[in-house]
Ligand binder design. Sequence first.
Ligand code: PHE
Length: 345
Amino acid sequence: MQNEKIKAILEEGLKQIEKAENLDDINELRNRYLGKKSELASMGSIIATLPVEEKKTFGQEMNETKTTLANAIDERMNALKAKALEEKLQRETIDISLPGRESNLGARNPFHIVKDEMTEIFLGMGFEVADGPEIETDNYNFELLNIPKDHPARDMQDTFYIDENTLLRTHTSPVQARTMEKAQGKPVRIICPGKTYRRDDDDATHSHQFAQIEGLVIDKNINIGHLKATLELFAKKMFGEKREIRLRSSYFPFTEPSVEVDITCANCGGKGCNMCKGTGYIEILGGGMVHPNVLKMNGYDPEQYSGFAFGIGIERVAILRYGIDDIRKFYNNDVRFLHQFKKKG
Ligand code: PHE
């Protein structure tokens, strides 16, 4: 470099830039070396006074110096920015070694677990799910099921009356009548899970509100063997392959013959123990062949059609399945009870 002054400015500038510690320093240096009032800028006017042969070199040296300084400043600035970012990241790192807070997941009520499982079993056998209202008329709840007014069977099914003809259904059986009415004489194969009500004093085994799954099959040539096979398959799927069922004769006004169905006790395998009160069997449901009067009243010719029906208490199945000792536990929403049915994993 021919011009000593430019050379000095360049050397001093590069030294200063190297020493810059932060962005403020850089901005100050940019101003000092490249700004309008910088030494280099003020030297620009000298060019006019120089002899022609020196003008070119002087101009070149001025430009080169400005470019070199500008590049050095940019470079230093970028390095400082990167350093600042690095420091910021260091300062703000999160300590991921702290254990996270576990979120408290709920558990399904065993009532619903069992209801869904029972429903699935019947769906697998080709049943469809039907529905009906919980606030029912006397006609569907009793009359169309062969339980006329003043029939003694009404005593066992006292319930909550809204008015003389409107009540909370005492069983899911009114869905039988409603389904037959809709099917208009065609074959039927339905189940209906739903809530039912009775005027009962609540204790460990009684509740004024409970739930049943109703089943109804109507077709030509349906016999009690179909009922038995259906319920046997259900019992084995629900309680295990080793379980057997037993049909005991019983009475319901809407089935004839009527049966009460027991399964072999899981606790003793049928030998007799405390749980089955020494009988070897535990009752799980009621059922039977649809009474000809019921078929007739609901639009079927009993000479051509026959059918079977059953009603299973859902809580009863859940109680047996899980060994629950009090029916009220299904409704009290005590999380200590519910958490026992939490899915693992
Ligand atoms: N509805 C009867 C009850 O609640 C059970 C049942 C249903 C019996 C269907 C026979 C046929 O006790």
